[in-house]
Design a protein around this ligand. Structure first.
Ligand SMILES: Nc1nc2c(ncn2[C@@H]2O[C@H](COP(=O)(O)OP(=O)(O)OP(=O)(O)O)[C@@H](O)[C@H]2O)c(=O)[nH]1
Ligand SMILES: [Zn+2]
Length: 203
């Protein structure tokens, strides 16, 4: 899947200054971003996250999901380690886009769960393709990751295109009364490894 590097710059944040790398996916026009800190090209496992875009959670403070909390926690963890990479992937709504995610939320307001809502709209439960990460990781010289995720599909996808996942580090944060059912559905139907505490609280 062709993705081309465009430019890099500094990005100061409340947790520290990252380097921001912009990538363009010409086939779709999507603009992806990677934030790195430290030397990530030395061959040692890099603390990393594949973060799928969630405008509502990442930017609009939504409590319907855990995305914004995970984004913050991942950037903080990378800054604390002084080395790492966060791939901000423009895969809004697990790949169905923002307008369709709003349609899906409307169906969820009426009682459907997050998987049923996608299916009622004629989509798969999860339409993300992580192949876009391969050229971005190659450009940055990253061959091995300590991956911050609860999603085993991300681990498998990376391993399928030759990235070593040296470790999976759970990223359990942001549980609240509005996302309990959502997290329970992710654990029950999408295979997310949310662990006993998180899962028990979500039930
Ligand atoms: N279609 C749809 N997408 C959603 C919904 N809630 C969140 N999303 C999207 O789901 C993606 C986040 O995926 P998650 O399943 O929360 O987490 P993950 O990235 O697969 O796994 P983790 O690495 O453990 O966070 C983002 O693209 C969100 O926009 C929903 O109800 N419907
Ligand atoms: Zn979200």
């Amino acid at each position: 899947m062709p993705v081309t590097f465009v430019a890099s710059s500094q990005l100061p944040t409340q947790w520290g200054t990252f380097t921001m790398h912009g990538f363009l996916e010409p086939g779709t026009g999507k603009e992806h971003v990677v934030l790195t800190m430290g030397d990530v090209s030395d061959g040692q496992p890099v603390l990393g996250r594949l973060h799928s875009e969630c405008l509502t959670g990442d930017a609009l403070f939504s409590l319907r999901c855990d995305c914004g909390f995970q984004l913050e926690a991942a950037l903080k963890a990378i800054a604390e380690e002084g080395r790492g990479a966060l791939l901000y992937l423009r895969q809004e709504g697990r790949g169905i886009g923002l307008m369709n995610k709003i349609r899906a939320y409307h169906l969820q307001d009426g009682g459907a769960d997050t998987v049923e809502a996608n299916e009622l709209l004629g989509f798969g439960a999860d339409q993300r393709d992580y192949g876009i990460c391969k050229p971005m990781l190659a450009h940055l010289g990253i061959t091995s990751l300590k991956l911050l995720t609860n999603n085993p599909r991300k681990v498998k996808a990376l391993e399928d295109f030759g990235i070593t996942v040296a470790e999976r580090i759970p990223l359990k944060t942001g549980l609240n009364p509005f996302n309990r059912n959502y997290l329970a559905t992710k654990a029950g139907k999408l295979g997310h490894l949310l662990g006993t505490i998180h899962q028990a609280e979500a039930e």
